[in-house]
Write a protein that binds this ligand. Structure first.
Ligand SMILES: Cc1ncc(COP(=O)(O)O)c(C=O)c1O
Length: 371
């Protein structure tokens, strides 16, 4: 089996991730912040350590403003719905994932900035969507469909010029590209722990520069200020309602530390090198159409006009790739694949050139059979 679906989740993690999860579960196992006992305090220390590592990776000055969530979807919903008041307007883009589009639609007052055929959202197209009531601009850093990178620093600048906040969806860039909230100008950053960060499933991150600007949309037990019926304003408790997935955070800390040690640039260059080789190979196969830009470790393609799901079936069980619409219907409209979907190959740090050659051979066979 050849795993080429790292944009969905990183199947292989550094061994230290599994070891840390096991260690926390076997040796500690207590509920973080629930009492003054050693197990509970050990849980708090685990969360603090994970916050430290994430703050370092994303250049967050105050690590207590790093919040852990179940996944990127929860982080994005908390950021979008927690920022907007009923009359506020939000700008999203055509390349955004349903985890951005659906909360924006739920809010109601939103505009969608258009992308071109390569999946690029020009900052100008974002500027055109700005209204006097715009409170928030959201943009995906890297398209999960075709890998195109957006000029998010310029989009953040436009948002700030209009007096709005900028929320970066770093789901496909975290762990593969340098993501500094300060250099980009992101007021909020959301990402999963289980994709490029190579942490466990059931983890996500929300970085909030100014927590006073975001309401908690999920409230409840935090283990602190229990005598009050109001949600605490202290961080990260304001956004940590209910039991935190502490064993997974022990693992996430280790995966982020692995990335910090290896270097995001080294990881990103490896994934991009594999992607470049794949795209060069596919260009030489007639009947194959490639979408988007060669910016990262993600390539989307189709063979002739064959629906992508059929191509995936022909590739068989040996290749774990993703066909269809990737929870990003508007992105497929921009790329012109709204009728067929697309086959997506997404590389991770543990893929090799051999994997590229094997998927190339398989596509070659299907394309020739189909000609
Ligand atoms: C760009 C983008 N945003 C958000 C998400 C949602 O991530 P999660 O599954 O962790 O909620 C994904 C997942 O594919 C994604 O690619």
């Amino acid at each position: 089996m050849i795993y080429l679906d790292n944009a969905a989740t990183s199947r292989r993690k550094p061994y230290s991730v599994y070891a840390a999860m096991l260690k926390y579960s076997l040796i500690n196992g207590g509920n973080a912040g629930r009492g003054g006992n050693g197990l509970s305090l050990g849980g708090i220390n685990t969360i603090l350590a994970a916050q430290d590592s994430a703050a370092q990776l994303f250049d967050m000055r105050d690590e207590s403003n790093v919040v852990f969530t179940l996944n990127a979807t929860y982080a994005l919903n908390m950021a979008i719905l927690g920022t907007l008041e009923p009359d506020d307007h939000v700008v999203v883009t055509q390349m955004d994932h349903n985890s951005v589009l659906r909360p924006a639609a739920l809010h109601g007052n939103y505009s969608v900035a258009k992308a071109d055929k390569s999946g690029y959202v020009s900052p100008l197209s974002v500027r055109k969507c700005i209204k006097p009531q715009t409170k928030l601009v959201v943009c995906t850093h890297v398209s999960n469909v075709c890998g195109t990178v957006q000029n998010v620093a310029e989009i953040a600048r436009i948002a700030h010029e209009a007096g709005a906040l900028f929320l970066l969806d770093a789901s496909q860039s975290a762990g593969s590209l340098e993501v500094s909230v300060n250099k980009i100008g992101a007021d909020l950053l959301a990402c999963p722990g289980h994709k490029g960060l190579m942490g466990p499933m059931g983890t996500g991150i929300l970085c909030i520069k100014d927590p006073e600007k975001v309401r908690a949309v999920i409230v409840g037990g935090t283990g602190s200020e229990s005598e009050s019926i109001r949600q605490p304003s202290s961080m990260p408790e304001k956004f940590h309602s209910g039991t935190v997935n502490t064993p997974a955070l022990a693992g996430l800390k280790k995966s982020i530390d692995f990335i910090l040690r290896e270097g995001v640039d080294v990881i990103g260059e490896h994934e991009h090198m594999l992607n470049t080789r794949l795209r060069e190979n596919l260009k030489n196969i007639s009947n194959v159409k490639i979408y988007g830009r060669n910016d990262t470790g993600i390539t989307a393609f189709n063979i002739k006009d064959i629906p992508s799901e059929e191509t995936a079936m022909m590739l068989g069980e040996k290749f774990i790739i993703r066909a269809g619409y990737h929870c990003a219907p508007l992105a497929h409209k921009a790329l012109g694949t709204d009728k067929t979907g697309a086959v997506r190959v997404s590389f991770g740090y543990f893929n090799t050139i051999k994997d590229v050659e094997r998927i190339t051979d398989a596509v070659y066979k299907i394309a020739n059979g189909a000609s």
